[in-house]
Design a binder for this molecule. Structure first.
Ligand SMILES: [Zn+2]
Length: 319
């Protein structure tokens, strides 16, 4: 970032064109393939590098980035996630089994921000995955529920499980849906996948009605989990899929730049793992799994002690 142009060699990031590497970048451990930060200012400094990935942090806004990022442009996303989610997924559930559940993180945010529990007319889930959150909102009484998801394989699954709900496998702007159509927009675990998060959120804003609400959820880089586990927090760092990773102030600033007014933000904790889970892993001979689980739990306990859970949320309205 912002380095002199005296190129000494080139490196090729996943799915991208060769990128120049300067002597200074090499010296401080940067790959030279990092995207500019969404905030447009600041420089990257290296937090750590493993044989598989690096993590860098923006000096201006405190946002982190996987270096090199797994994707560099929005137009790579559909192919990437269609392949990514077409293998190793959970069995499809019967829609009837899910109607009364409230497993989505959204409901945990609604527990903190009561206005979200109020059913209005029209809600959309951006990055709707297999459609479970849409199904939960539908069964909560929302008259109009829509899902958008760029992974075609996941949309196909969602349509099979929840045929009563419209799911689109294209960007919202290509669906033909009118602007100012929605009262509520949910984006759970999406923003960390976007190469241009401000532009995307700003573009989504026009589909909300004035006074409408957006709810963002993303891994919390100030959590006890990350502070304790660092490079071992691989489940949430997910270097094979994530690009930008946020702290609370950065996420709120992003929403402001995209034209929103932030009304609430905070973090959510994971439920404590039951002793029976360890016992099950140990009885199955999965010592490594039990140790991994125990490490995650210590991160969780630390997070509770400092009031910083692994999932960050922000709630904002369109003025
Ligand atoms: Zn930044």
């Amino acid at each position: 970032m912002n380095r002199p142009a005296s190129t000494i060699d080139e490196t090729t990031p996943a799915g991208g064109a060769p990128v120049s590497v300067t002597p200074i970048q090499r010296e401080v451990g940067l790959s030279g393939a990092a995207l500019p930060c969404w905030c447009g200012s600041g420089a990257w400094s290296l937090c750590f590098r493993t044989p598989k990935f690096g993590l860098v942090r923006c000096s201006a806004c405190g946002t982190f980035q996987i270096d090199p990022p797994p994707l560099r442009a929005d137009d790579e996303s559909a192919e990437f996630y269609t392949g990514y989610y077409s293998k190793g997924h959970a069995p499809e559930v019967q829609a009837a089994l899910r109607v009364s559940t409230r497993n989505a993180w959204f409901w945990r945010v609604a527990g903190k921000v009561p206005q979200l529990a109020e059913v209005r007319e029209s809600v959309i889930d951006i990055g709707s995955g297999d459609g479970h959150t849409c199904a939960e909102l539908h069964s909560a009484g929302w008259p109009s529920v829509t899902g958008v998801e760029i992974s075609r394989s996941r949309v196909a699954r969602a349509r099979r499980m929840y045929p009563q709900i419209p799911f689109y496998d294209c960007p919202l702007g290509d669906t033909g849906i009118s602007e100012e159509s929605f009262d509520l927009m949910v984006m759970d675990s999406v923003i960390e996948h976007l190469p241009k998060p401000v532009e995307m959120v700003r573009d989504l804003r026009r589909f909300l009605r004035p006074g409408g609400t957006i709810v963002l959820l993303t891994p919390n880089m100030e959590s006890g989990h990350f502070r304790f586990l660092q490079r071992r927090w691989t489940g949430m760092l997910a270097p094979h899929a994530h690009i930008f990773l946020f702290a609370a102030a950065g996420l709120s600033e992003l929403l402001v730049r995209a034209g929103f007014r932030v009304v609430n933000s905070g973090s959510l904790h994971m439920p404590v793992c039951q002793p029976a889970d360890y016992l099950k892993r140990l009885l199955a001979g999965d010592l490594k799994g039990a140790i991994w689980r125990a490490h995650q739990e210590i991160g969780g306990f630390y997070g509770r002690s400092i009031g910083a859970g692994p999932m960050l949320y922000a709630v904002a309205t369109r003025p």
